[in-house]
Ligand binder design. Sequence first.
Ligand code: FAD
Length: 459
Amino acid sequence: MQSQTTPQTQIKNSYKVAVIGAGAAGLVAARELRHEGHQVVVFERNNRIGGTWVYDPATDSDPLSVDPSRTIVHSSLYDSLRTNLPREVMGFRDYPFVAKDGEQRDPRRFPGHREVLHYLEDFTSEFKLSELIRYETEVIHVELLKEEEETGNWVVRSRRKDRNVEDYEVYNVVVVCNGHYTVPRVAEFPGSDVWPGEQIHSHNYRVPDPFAKKVVVLIGSSHSAYDISREIARRAIEVHVASRSDTSKTPTRQHGFNNLWLHSMIMQVTSAHQDGSVVFEDGSLVHADVILHCTGYMYDFPFLETSKSVTVDDNRVGPLYKHIFPHQLAPSLSFIGLPWKVGPFPLYELQSKWMARILSGQSSLPSQENMISDVQALYSRFEAAGVPKRYAHNIWDYQLEYYYWLAAQCGVPPPEEWRIKMFEATGINKVVRPETYRDEWEDQNLISEAHKDFLQYMP
Ligand code: FAD
C-alpha cells in the first residue's frame, strides 16, 4: 500500500489489515473494517476476547508494577467493580447494551464487570468476529517494510502461546487497539524510596481483605480511587486519600465514614519518611502501613517501530490527527481507543467507522500539511492553557464536538439527544448521590427514550 505519499481517492480499496487486540476497540474496529470490505486478522494474546473486562484474580508479580521483568496481568479490574456509566450510554450505538435474561446475567443499570464481558461476547458472536481472531497470539514487532516494491506495507511478527517460533507476515494496514490501562503511572514524592511500608498500584488491587486492620494512604481522585477508598475503609483502621483536586487546608472526614479522610496532595513540600510516616500538603501526618497509588496508566506500544513518526512524550501519543492517524503514516497505521474521559464504546465505534471508510476510499484525509497543522493547533491550545502533555488525549471538554465531527465524516446521525442528556444527568447524579448513584437516579424519562430508540436495532 503506497499510503504515505498517495493522495486519497474515492476508489474503493480493500486491504489486508492487522488489528492488534480484541478488547472493545479491536472488536468494533474489526467489524467496521470487514463491513468496508477489508480482510481482517485480529491478534489477541489472551485466550478470549474482552481485554479490560476479563477479570483476573491474579496480579502483576511486582505490586507497584515498576520492575521491568515482572509478570504482567492485562486487566486492572477489581472484583466488586460496577460500571461508572449506565448501560444505555455505555454500549455501542447500533448494538444496545440492554439487560438480558439468564442465570449468569446482571440486569442492573450499572452492572458488574462480568456483565460487560457477556455483552462483548454477545457482540462478538452476533457479528461472527471470532473467525477473524487469532487467540493466544501476541504481536511482538510491527515495522514498515523496507523492500522497495513493498514500501508502505507493514511486517507483523507474532508468536502463538503454544509455539516457540515467530510468524512473519506482511499487512497493508495496522490498527493498534492494545488498550491503555495496564502499565501503571506511579506517583512520585520525596521519600518514596525509603518509606518502609508496602506500596501497590490500583492495577494490582482486587479485593479489600489484605487491607484489614491497616492504615492506608491512597493517592488519586479518579473513579477507581473513589470506589476503592470506600471499599477499603470498611475493612481498614483508617484510609487517608491524597487528592490533587482537593485544596482544603485541613483533612476532611468523608460523609458516612468515621475512618475515611480526604487530604490535599502529597507533594514537594510534604513527604514519606523512614519511620513510616506520611506528611500531607495540609500539614497532617499519619503513620501508614500501605500506600496505594490510584494514579492512572501509561500508553505503551512495546511492539511498534515507526522510526519516531509516532512517539509517546509524557504520555502524549503523537503526532496523531484526530487522535487516530499519524500524519506521516496515515492511513496505513491508526490507533483506536486512545481518548479518555469519554463514553468509550460508542466513541471507538465512530473512530473505527471513520478509519475503515478512509481506508476504503469512502472518506478522505486532508493533506499531511493540513493534518499536522491541525495537531499543532491542538498542542498550542493546550500549551497556552498550561495543560501538561499527558492530558493530550483527555477530550472531556470537546467530546461532543469530536463525536459530532466523526459522525459527520461517517455520514451517520449525530449523538442522540437522550444520550447527551443522560451523560450529563449521570454526572450530576454522581455529585448529588456519590454513594448511591448506581442504584438511584431521576432520569427515568431518558431511559424510556433510549429504549424507544433501541427498537430500531433490535431483531
Ligand atoms: P482493552 O480492553 O485493554 O483491550 C486490549 C486488548 O489488546 C487486550 O485483550 C489485550 O490482551 C490485547 N493486546 C495487548 N497487547 C497485545 C499484543 N502485543 N498482541 C496481541 N494482543 C494484545 N469503560 C466504560 O465504558 N465503563 C466503565 O465503567 C469503565 N470502567 C473501567 C474501570 C477500570 C478499572 C478500567 C481500567 C477501565 C474502565 N473502563 C470503563 C474503560 C475500559 O477500559 C474501556 O471501556 C475499554 O474496555 C477499553 O478497550 P480497549 O479495547 O481499548 O482495551
